[in-house]
Design a protein around this ligand. Structure first.
Ligand SMILES: O=P(O)(O)OC[C@H]1O[C@H](OP(=O)(O)OP(=O)(O)O)[C@H](O)[C@@H]1O
Length: 163
């Protein structure tokens, strides 16, 4: 998909592809660190993966939502601009999710890490809830190689890297 006049990036679509989603869930679940106590994903791309990995591992999970909802009495929030969605978005963790995360070691799960903005925002959000991100897992890293991020595939954006 185009993200700038002279740049197109791959679009990873897990929604609706049950076989691919199930495969990614199984592979990510195998790579969850023993230190992890709670899984946290971001709406929307992280919801299905986080739920799947929680089911596979038995770990509790929380989802950061992109709109403040009426049940969120004292949410924590961050602002983020991702590479694939124009404009700024907000991520919210509700009160119950903050209690789940407080004092715990967290794995953040997402479809793609591209600019890294969402990973940084999720790390900030989890810290605001009193937790610590100890692992980030994504199906695909994109652009810069990230040895610190558990990933299943790497998608280059530089055309010369594509074979
Ligand atoms: O590394 P980054 O530049 O932050 O990009 C990665 C993020 O982009 C997508 O979210 P996005 O909010 O664009 O779309 P979604 O609501 O469909 O998940 C994806 O699900 C990641 O969360």
């Amino acid at each position: 998909m185009p993200v700038a006049p002279d740049l197109e990036i791959a679009f990873l679509k897990l929604y609706g592809d049950v076989e691919l989603l199930d495969h990614c869930v199984k592979e990510l679940a195998k790579q969850i660190s023993d230190a992890v106590e709670v899984l946290v994903g971001a709406e929307a791309g992280g919801i299905l993966l986080t739920h799947g990995v929680a089911t596979a591992t038995g770990l509790p999970c929380a989802i950061a939502r992109k709109k403040r909802r009426p049940h969120m009495v004292s949410p924590v929030s961050v602002t983020v601009g991702t590479i694939g969605t124009p404009g700024l978005q907000e991520l919210f963790l509700d009160d119950a999710d903050q209690r789940l995360i407080a004092g715990r070691r967290v794995a953040v799960i997402d479809e793609v890490l591209s600019s890294g903005a969402t990973q940084q925002a999720m790390t900030t959000l989890v810290a605001q809830a009193g937790g610590q991100v100890v692992q980030t897992l994504v199906v695909a890293t994109e652009g810069e190689r990230r040895a610190d991020v558990t990933h299943l595939v790497h998608l280059p954006v530089n055309p010369s890297e594509v074979c």
